[in-house]
Design a protein around this ligand. Sequence first.
Ligand code: ADP
Length: 493
Amino acid sequence: MKIDIKNAIENQCNGLLRTKSFINGVWVSSENESTFEVTNPFDNSVIANVANLGGSETKKAIDSANEAFKTWSKTTAEERSRLLKKLYQLQLDHIEELAQLLTLEQGKPLVESRGEIKYGASFIEWFAEEAKRTYGDTIPSHGHDKRIITLKQAVGVVAAITPWNFPNAMITRKIAPALAAGCTVVIKPAHQTPLSALALAALVEKAGFPKGVFNVITSDTAKEIGDELTANPIVRKLSFTGSTKVGKTLMRQCSDTVKKVSMELGGNAPFIVFEDANIDNAVRGAIASKYRNAGQTCVCTNRIFVHDNVYQTFVDKFTVAVNKLKMGSGLDEETAIGPLINSDAVTFIDGLVKNAVGEGAKLITGGEKIADKENFYPPTILTNVTNSMEICRNEIFGSIAPIIRFKDEAEVVKMANDTPYGLASYFYSNDYAKIWRVSEGLEYGMVGINTGMISTTVAPFGGIKESGNGREGSKYGMDEYLEIKYVCIGGVL
Ligand code: ADP
């Protein structure tokens, strides 16, 4: 059974299915030959057995990245840009294979996987361009005989730890700016989705990047790998995307060697529908931001606040739209909602629904596990929700939409901000003064107005409060991988 699936995938994926880690330009097994299983969330079938590395191999990868840094950081921006452009083109040339692999290991509908591969590629293209624009300054000097300039230099060896919800794009948006800046990288993808990371390594190899510049450690012992990546003084930067809990641990661990860190952590996005909103547009935006990837993105809507005067209209239209979402295999082109990543995720969100109902929420649709489909949970709507319910205090990361009624602008902004998180937020209104007031009042790193889709390469993605720090994408994304050096030249008489 295992072999059949593996062969089928290998044929489909055009040689991009790799099961060994990639260190110093070589495909390697773990020192003790151990492997771990990668399964398809649709039916829990085994897709591949992947090398299960530990701390000592991680140290080797860091050493090889350090060696490669000596020459990679000295290449011209033009040289790095050219290789990144090659990688960009290769990723686009292989959209279909990469998307299929992504759907197989992650579960999301193929249309979303194709979108992710294009989105992931866009970071490579963008930073191939930005590589050439890491300008420093000349600064008017404080002394007659002195001249001042600033240089921007690559931080050094970068560690990247990435999650399973975007197995390609969460990697490219870290490694593209890192490589563009002249850094070398060691990546640890989530154990649920290592195949997309390894496929990317195969493309990096094909593009002709020098050995040691790009390394991937696959493992299901995240802590062991994370301990080495954070304790090793050679690593000068950690870029992490994942839960706030693990992010806090990694920040603590990085403090011993005072590493630069970027943290993209959890969210609790409010989605506010004001009474002056276009309700049909708001429904479309809520569907897009709530149910993309079955609700498993850190910018997914977590709480929907609807003004009293339009509450029932919104709920009725939203329910009609939600009931049209087709659940199924991600490989089926009709599917809008795939499986959740595993049965623990199903148990977690089912618990949130049951508790909310216990606390007085009303179930409008969904809300029950599906008997013969362990990893699926139907798109669910809850009304009569209050902001203090457990479901509003947690990042749901699944297909449940809790709806809360509000009456006034100040009240809803206060409720929206009443969370330790501060990643994405959304609201719908056609009142320009309110649009300014609410945008400024929301304590979030990102605000979407009259849209449920805000992620793009060209804008700075990131959060405040316990949603993290640092920005990815845009002209700011490069700074995360650069140090500013100030040079003072004396004796100029
Ligand atoms: P999620 O709940 O989305 O899986 P996690 O924060 O647990 O989010 O995982 C995000 C990434 O962090 C994954 O690559 C995971 O393997 C890794 N990870 C989890 N725990 C640790 C840890 N203690 N040290 C280093 N990496 C970790």
